[in-house]
Each structure stands twice: as C-alpha cells, then as structure tokens.
Design a protein around this ligand. Structure first.
Ligand code: FO1
Length: 323
C-alpha cells in the first residue's frame, strides 16, 4: 500500500513514525511518502533553516532531541554562541553545532543550484528513514505574520522570539502565488492508496502545503481517500501554539472546528474522514452530517506503540470511507 502523509513538524514526525512502525509490523511491503511544509523555513547567518523538515528527518533517523522536538540529540552550542556574538544570528534562536552541520550542507547544495527536493534526497539518504520526504514546493514560501500594528515579521521570529505573543491579524506565505508543487509531492498524492493529514498545526504547517497553487486540485483529484487526524484534543492543542494560530484566523480550537476548516471533500473541501479523540466523540454526529466520516479513538501518541495504533486507526477509517 502507498501511504502519503501531509504535514510537518513535531506532531507530524510522531505520526509518521507511528505509520512506519505500523508498516514494519504489518508483515507486508508499504511505501510511505510525506509532503512536507517548507513555509517554516528561513535564512539565518546565510544558512537555510528548515524546521518542519528537520524535525521529521531527525526523528525518523532516531537522532532527534525528543524533549525539545527539534534539533539533534546530544547537542552542543559553541558555534551558536559565536554567531550571537558576531550578531549574525538572533540569540533567541538556538542552533546546535550538529544541527548547523545540516544547515551548512543544505545551504552548500542550494548554492550549487540543487533544488530543495534534491537537498531532501541527499539529507535523507544518510540514514535508512523508511520514508520518502518531499517538499511541498521547491520555491521559497516563508510564512510572514501580519501584526496588528501593520508590520509583518517572519513566522519564526513571531513563534520563537515572541512565543506567538504579538497581536496578529493573519498569516501569508510570501511568494505563494508563483510557487509550484514539486513532482515528488504531486506523484505521492496521485499514486497514493491513502492520503493522511497529520495532526500538525492546521494554519502554519498543513495550511501552507494546501496553499501551493495546484495542491488542492491534486488532492481533490486523487483517487485515494483522505483522512485527517485532529491535533486538538478536548479543546486544547497537544503541543505548540496552534490554538493561537487558529484564533487569529477565526477558527475555534476544537477538533470539530478544525475539520470544518479543512472542509468535507464532497463539498469541495479536503476530508473524507477525520479522527478525533474519545473526549471529542460529540463531534462525530455533526461532522458526519456535513459529509466528514468521523471516528473517536485514543489520539495521544505517547510512544511507538500508541503511535502505531493511531496509524492503524487512521488507515482503518480510510478503508471504510473508501467503501
Ligand atoms: N524553537 C524554539 O522554540 N526555540 C529555538 O531556539 C528553536 C531553534 C530551532 C533551530 C532549528 C530548527 O529546525 C528549529 C528550531 N526551533 C526552535 C523550532 C522551530 O521554531 C519550529 O519551526 C517551531 O517549533 C514550529 O514548528
């Protein structure tokens, strides 16, 4: 079976690891592709940082800092201190020495003219990930946060320096109008037997993938059922500040509201099915009435076992909605 997952960042990394764990335990051959958000990416000290990709890469390679959710395990920060002293990197954005190795290699390849897709391929082949990562686009679409005072700043500054605390009126991906989906992303969507929307931040991780011109059409035309997993449990985010992002765009921080935000595929939206946590079972009826086949299962991913079971639940719903 070909499984294609849309998302990026920590929640996506845990979910993809769960799908891989499920596949490894299934006793059959499966192919897993991930269409990864690149709108978190930004330039620091002349280096291209790619957080949503690197969280996936490091987690799947088993070299991630599982506590922080980003960066490498066993890190040191000698170079980061020097960069802050030289003033070429903000002191509030920590770049570990091993992590900088990735950013330097990525930037070197980009400066040689390699595409982001080629960079993903080269970074991924160092480890046996068991999963293929594709950027949603090879074009730069950095998310800018539109502030209430009329200014706009890069998403990373808003998120890390200000902890999403600056009043904002919206988000936009710079250059999105002229961005194109990668062949890898389009192929992974067109050839999938199942498409899964990871429990990532719907606004700044899944949203920018969907915003790439042609991506929504590719998903609408895909023969595969599309099933999403709520990143909101009991009205609270599992981690991160998705609730802040959701409120800025006028979406309530609830499993039901996020499903409605994505929309029912039969009504021109994204979803055939939606998984909510058992505490949100009351969302099943209203969402089913709007064309989104919803199921309540335990959503917390605490370890490989619970993540694999969540993957199995998502795949089971996908096979049911297909019928
Ligand atoms: N998140 C932080 O909260 N503080 C940091 O200093 C930080 C550094 C960092 C460096 C590389 C990288 O790939 C990610 C990093 N992140 C940091 C996480 C990053 O801001 C993510 O984009 C967000 O967590 C949202 O996905």
């Amino acid at each position: 079976m070909r499984i294609t997952i849309i998302g990026g960042g920590v929640g996506c990394a845990r979910f993809v690891s769960g799908v891989r764990e499920w596949a490894r335990g299934s006793g059959e051959e499966h192919r897993i592709d991930v269409v990864v958000n690149t709108a978190d990416d930004w330039w620091v000290s002349g280096l291209r940082i790619a957080p949503d990709h690197d969280s996936l890469l490091y987690a799947l390679a088993g070299v991630n800092d599982a506590d922080r959710g980003w960066g490498r395990d066993g890190e040191s920060e000698r170079v980061s201190g020097e960069l802050a002293s030289w003033g070429t990197a903000p002191e509030w954005f920590t770049l570990g020495d091993l992590d900088l190795g990735t950013h330097i290699a990525r930037t070197a390849w980009l400066r040689e003219g390699r595409t982001v897709s080629e960079v993903y391929r080269r970074l991924g082949e160092r480890w046996d990930l068991g999963v293929t990562l594709h950027p949603a686009t090879d074009d730069e679409i950095d998310t800018r946060v539109e502030l209430a005072d009329g200014d706009d700043i890069h998403f990373q500054e808003w998120w890390v320096r200000h902890r999403a605390g600056l009043a904002a009126t919206g988000f936009r991906q710079q250059g999105i109008e002229s961005a194109a989906p990668t062949d890898g992303a389009l192929g992974a969507i067109a050839l999938a037997d199942v498409v899964l929307i990871a429990p990532s931040n719907p606004i700044v991780s899944v949203g920018p993938v969907l915003a790439v011109p042609g991506m929504r059409e590719a998903l609408a035309d895909a023969p595969a059922p599309i099933v999403g997993v709520s990143g909101i449990i009991g009205g609270a985010v599992v981690r991160g500040m998705a609730d802040t992002c959701l409120s800025i765009v006028g979406v309530e921080a609830s499993a039901e509201a996020v499903a409605r935000h994505y929309g029912a595929r039969g009504a021109g939206g994204l979803l055939d099915g939606w998984l909510v946590d058992e505490t949100d079972a009351r969302a099943i009826e209203p969402l089913a009435a709007s064309g989104i086949d919803t199921r309540a299962v335990p959503l917390w991913m605490r370890d490989a076992g619970t993540s694999a079971r969540l993957a199995a639940d998502a795949l089971a719903l996908a096979s049911d909605v297909r019928r």
